[in-house]
Design a protein around this ligand. Sequence first.
Ligand SMILES: CC(C)(COP(=O)(O)OP(=O)(O)OC[C@H]1O[C@@H](n2cnc3c(N)ncnc32)[C@H](O)[C@@H]1OP(=O)(O)O)[C@@H](O)C(=O)NCCC(=O)NCCS
Length: 399
Amino acid sequence: MTGYEIRALAAGEERAAFEVLGRALHVTVTDELWRRRAASFPAERRFGAFTGEQVVGVAGSFAARLAVPGGKTLPAAAVDGVAVRADHTRRGVLTALMAAQLADCGRRGDVLATLHASEATIYGRFGYGAATRGKTVRITPTAFRDDAPAGGTVRLLTTAEARELLPGLYAEMGLTRPGMIERPEVWWAHARERLIGEHQVAVHTGPRGDDGFVLYRTEARRTFDHPNRGAALVVQDLHATNTAAAAGLWRFLLRVDLVSEVHAPGRPLDEPAGAMLTDPRACAVTGVDDDTWLRLVDVPAALAARSWGPGEPVVIEVTDPQLPGNTGRYRLSPTGTRSTTAAADLRVTPETLAMLYLGDARPSTLAAIGRIDVADPAALPHADTLFVTAVPPWCGTGF
Ligand SMILES: CC(C)(COP(=O)(O)OP(=O)(O)OC[C@H]1O[C@@H](n2cnc3c(N)ncnc32)[C@H](O)[C@@H]1OP(=O)(O)O)[C@@H](O)C(=O)NCCC(=O)NCCS
């Protein structure tokens, strides 16, 4: 790549960079949109690609701790706002931005980087792997089973109440699954303007206080031929600390009048919404997609922080051309992880390791399709039980 300068964005360059992002995502950046987004698009942690004075590419991130298997949280870069202007694409600009960003993450002490990918073909080459998935469900209103968890109350908030209450509630609820991230103020700055402003917000209260919330919007479903068809509710964000709170929120959504269906994309793979209904087929899984992608920026620190399932020790060899400090052999065991000079049982790429790390993919599955180089096949069942997690990983935060 020639002719581009890659450097940290300076104060005063934010709007020009945001316009690059807007154009790439086919959104017109008006003064009004920028007024609402400026607080959530700071120059800090953002890199630009410049030709002369002009910014033509951008990649940013915000700092957010990410939960790993076993319950610890690690410093992570939540990567957002990645774009290259259409008249400068396919010349290596993104590649250079990713290199600058990963080096910066390393300097800052981020152990992980995570992102939502617009296309699944882009980020594997930079060492990211699809690490969490979500299912999309479509539920037609139907009765709940008598034995479904019940109790608690649900109340609708005003926009002002939601802006005030949700940040603290999300923080108090904690990160209950591997892959979930904290939502720092810069995230809420965006959410207050867009998500909360454009959605209805309901909160569930259980015996110990508020323990769940849902953000949803409505889409008209009436047509000339079907004038009585109710609206669709589209769930943007639903978090609950316990199954009674989750059941209460689903029950609330399915009892809203004049609604023909509830759509919820990006739900945890094991969420049992359908099993609470008298007619489980009223809940159709209409898709399963990658949720977040993960990059292990500091492999030794990441491996040391997560817990491991029962299994004989396994030696994995990681080769990381982009972050060579990660290259090495690591002995994984239920009692911990350490670097080793022992022979490798399994050889993984950074992308493959990221797919395994939070517990989404199984080593034997990836080995069977050639994504892991197996030196000792006897190690695979042990690797499967070492990497497995009690619950599927899930992020549940858009950024
Ligand atoms: C995705 C995007 C940032 C790529 O920028 P870019 O500067 O063209 O990327 P690069 O030139 O560095 O490409 C690096 C490699 O990725 C490939 N690649 C880049 N974008 C791709 C895409 N959308 N689909 C498939 N491959 C892609 C390139 O072909 C190249 O492959 P190579 O290494 O084998 O040569 C740019 O196309 C864009 O802004 N798209 C619209 C916004 C968007 O999707 N942003 C990402 C949000 S998560």
